[in-house]
Design a protein around this ligand. Structure first.
Ligand code: NAD
Length: 251
């Protein structure tokens, strides 16, 4: 078996479309078996499973809301029972609820925090002991450049994404001595279903404001995930936040 991730097992939350799908397919192309979950996207999930299997890798897909902790833990346990111990966890599932601060309800706030922050924390906890026992593992979390730069009418999302960068940095301290490397990706604007909700001219309008003159594609974010997941390429990244963002913010 060949590939940068040959023989490894990756668990990806939110893998039925967009950035998570691109990561799943790239990791499978590099030799990993893939388990992913999704939210009510059986059709998208079935297509991704078929593509992974066509690459000669094993695939497990489950309809699981990551904010439902027993279901999330069950998914991770089932994935490892079927594919073997998790080498790479990608916390990617996400959603965006927009509105001015006065319109955000407690339920909306909790939903955004639970799907991004609570789920990432407890997914990491669920794979932690196994990775520690084997002395190696990679945990990659999809934050967002909006967690770094902020924006109007999107405060809960920016709050959650900034929290994920803090989560990554803190957990990286615990992981590095154990051989578990914890990092994040803070993508700039990427053409996916999530951003398609923002209107038909979103990509053109948004891309025109970036130094590179266009929005990103999911595969361009997956490439950063592969770097962080692979060895030796990713071996010296600890608590980093990589920002493929077309030059929107440079740091
Ligand atoms: P998307 O809507 O295209 O795909 C989201 C995926 O997550 C789908 O597979 C969906 O089923 C799944 N999902 C959503 N909520 C879930 C839940 N509660 N439980 C389980 N699965 C769930 O979105 P995307 O643009 O690919 O975003 C992926 C990640 O990247 C998100 O964390 C998002 O915040 C982040 N991100 C996106 C952009 C962008 O411009 N698209 C930029 C920065 C960060």
């Amino acid at each position: 078996m060949s590939g940068q991730l040959a023989g490894q097992v990756a668990i990806i939350t939110g893998g039925s479309r967009g950035i998570g799908r691109a990561i799943a397919l790239l990791f499978a192309r590099e030799g990993a078996d893939i388990a992913f979950c999704h939210l009510d996207d059986a059709e998208g999930a079935a297509a991704v499973v078929a593509q992974i299997e066509a690459l000669g890798r094993r695939a497990v897909a489950a309809a699981v809301d990551v904010a439902d902790l027993p279901a999330l833990r069950g998914f991770i346990a089932q994935a490892q029972a079927q594919l073997g111990p998790c080498d790479i966890l990608v916390n990617n599932a996400g959603l965006n609820l927009r509105g001015a601060i006065g319109t955000i309800t407690e339920d909306m706030f909790d939903r955004v925090m639970d799907v991004h922050v609570k789920a990432s924390f407890f997914a990491a906890q669920a794979v932690w002991d196994g990775m520690a026992a084997r002395g190696r593992g990679r945990i990659i979390t999809t934050a967002s450049q909006l967690g770094l730069k902020g924006a109007a009418n999107i405060v809960p999302y920016c709050t959650a994404k900034a929290a994920l960068i803090g989560f990554t940095r803190a957990l990286a301290f615990e992981g590095a001595p154990l051989g578990i490397l914890v990092n994040a990706i803070a993508p700039g604007p990427v053409a996916t279903d999530l951003t398609a909700q923002l209107g038909p001219d979103w990509a053109e309008r948004t891309g025109a404001k970036l130094p590179i003159g266009r929005v990103g594609q999911p595969e361009e974010i997956a490439a950063a995930a592969l770097l962080l997941a692979s060895s030796p390429g990713g071996d010296f990244f600890v608590g980093a936040t990589l920002s493929p963002n077309g030059g929107d913010i440079m740091h």
